[in-house]
Design a protein around this ligand. Structure first.
Ligand SMILES: [Zn+2]
Length: 110
């Protein structure tokens, strides 16, 4: 009854206790990301200048809706990249569209 159970339990010295100090280069308070909106690092050009839209029609809701945030606000120029004269026409067009209920004044009714 000599059960030769060769238990080769190799005592591997698993040295997993290596000192890991992840030096994260996180400067204080730099986690500033625009919520929800992914930031594409793309050169901002005015959409209206590119497509050569001179007059922004207030009835063109699909166009205007691109520059209206979900909350119903007009997206500022620094986010969309629209140039100043076009932004001015755009904002007035959005306001006109709001008055005839093509666009919302406020997004959600809370
Ligand atoms: Zn423009």
């Amino acid at each position: 009854m000599a059960d030769e159970t060769t238990t080769t339990a190799a005592p591997e010295n698993s040295a997993q206790s290596t000192e890991r100090r992840p030096a994260r280069p996180t400067p204080g308070g730099a986690g500033r990301e625009s919520a929800g909106r992914k930031y594409f690092r793309r050169k901002k050009v005015c959409k209206f200048c590119v497509e050569k839209i001179e007059a922004i029609n207030y009835k063109d809701v699909r166009l205007l809706a691109q520059f209206v945030a979900e909350s119903g606000k007009i997206v500022p120029r620094r986010l969309t990249g629209v140039c100043t004269p076009h932004q001015r026409r755009l904002s007035s067009a959005i306001k006109q569209a709001r008055n005839i209920a093509l666009l919302p004044f406020g997004g959600r009714i809370s």
